[in-house]
Design a protein around this ligand. Structure first.
Ligand code: ADP
Ligand code: MG
Length: 349
């Protein structure tokens, strides 16, 4: 495995499109690292620069400590899996898998051994004689993954490799990919626009918007302590409320005045208050040093393992989630008291 270092990476297309606007990033050797962001934020461009398929306007790229900015793609120990499979449809699974090994001049015996091993790994052992055009989309995607893995590159780049698959297969491959990455201890740079996928798979995540890295952190850091409102919304948070003013431990928000644990907050983040729906407590006894809000249930979504409530508080919408463990359900129109623990509140820029 190799580390990756990007410094001041910039890329424009034409006059007006800034795909990357100065990206500085260090990815550790053996890390499962994810680039997460909406469509058009620059994820594929960044991956193509790593692969050497796109030339940056400015900036440098080091892999394994060596500057490879000017090294052509085929001389980088980097392999890429794209969203479209790029397989040879008329060839068998075996020949597709062995292709790269043959190009490298590996022996027939060695090729056979590696094909069998990797086919087993992705649960396609029985299908190695089949032609690729006789296989399903999910099977093809697994072959594309296997073909990239079989050459054991130092770095594997994966551009939304699972986004064309249905939910069941996708979940299965998420687990398998993670397992493969850890076993081979390769550096993976994985691209997705799906925050759940990013959280479940990654050691660390970089959230991108407009060609700029908004935040880098572990899944829990990015989810629980987003640095700004864009990251918070993108990670799926609905409960963001503008902060009008603050004094000592108190902030004035659209919901009302709330007490925070200031020792938990970062200093320059005072635009918004983030409340995680799972931290709210409905109709329980609220300790004196906690916050108490009054609300009305506007909507109830029964989700089986949990129940979601859309509450009206002070004319604002507040989402709450309760686990469905023998608790009394609140109905639409019910008045509820809402306990908001100061330690659970997070300020974001
Ligand atoms: P993502 O993969 O996050 O969806 P891309 O890296 O593909 O984003 O694109 C970033 C921006 O650069 C977008 O505005 C896109 O339209 C533009 N772009 C990407 N590739 C090209 C290209 N070859 N020519 C012109 N514009 C491009
Ligand atoms: Mg893309």
């Amino acid at each position: 495995a190799s580390s990756i270092e990007l410094k001041g990476m910039r890329k424009r297309f034409g006059k007006d499109t800034v795909a990357l606007d100065g990206v500085d990033l260090t990815i550790e050797a053996g890390e499962f690292f994810t680039l997460l962001g909406p469509s058009g934020c620059g994820k594929t461009t960044l991956l193509r620069i790593l692969a050497g398929l796109e030339e940056p306007d400015d900036g440098s790229l080091l892999i394994g400590g060596t500057d490879i900015t000017d090294i052509p793609p085929h001389r980088r120990s980097v392999n890429t899996v794209f969203q479209s499979y790029a397989l040879f449809p008329h060839l068998s699974v075996r020949d597709n898998l062995a292709f790269g090994l043959r190009m490298r001049g590996e022996s027939v015996a060695e090729r056979e051994r590696k094909v069998a091993e990797v086919a087993e790994f992705i649960h396609l052992g029985p299908l190695v004689e089949r032609r690729v055009d006789q296989l399903s989309g999910g099977q093809r995607q697994r072959i594309a993954l296997a073909r990239a893995l079989i050459c054991e590159p130092d770095v594997l780049l994966l551009d939304e490799p699972l986004s064309a698959l249905d939910a069941g297969l996708r979940g299965q491959l998420q687990v398998e990919l993670q397992r493969i990455q850890k076993r081979l201890s390769m550096t993976f740079v994985f691209v997705t626009h799906d925050q759940d996928e990013a959280m479940v798979m990654s050691d660390r995540i970089a959230v991108l918007d407009g060609g700029i890295i908004q935040q880098v952190g572990t899944p829990s850091e990015v989810y629980e302590h987003p640095t700004n409102a864009f990251v918070a919304r993108f990670m799926g948070h609905d409960n963001l409320f503008a902060i009008h003013g603050s004094q000592d431990d108190w902030v004035d928000t659209e919901l009302g005045r709330l007490r925070l644990d200031m020792s938990e907050q970062r200093p320059d983040q005072d635009g918004w208050l983030l409340i995680r729906p799972e931290t709210l407590e409905l109709d329980v006894e609220i300790p004196a040093d906690s916050n108490r809000l009054e609300g009305v249930v506007k909507e109830r979504l029964y989700r089986g393992s949990r129940v979601e409530y859309r509450l009206d508080v002070n004319g604002q919408t507040l989402m709450a989630v309760a686990s469905n463990l023998g608790q009394r359900l609140h109905g639409v129109g019910d008045r509820v008291t809402i306990g908001v623990c100061p330690e659970d509140l997070v300020r974001v820029a």
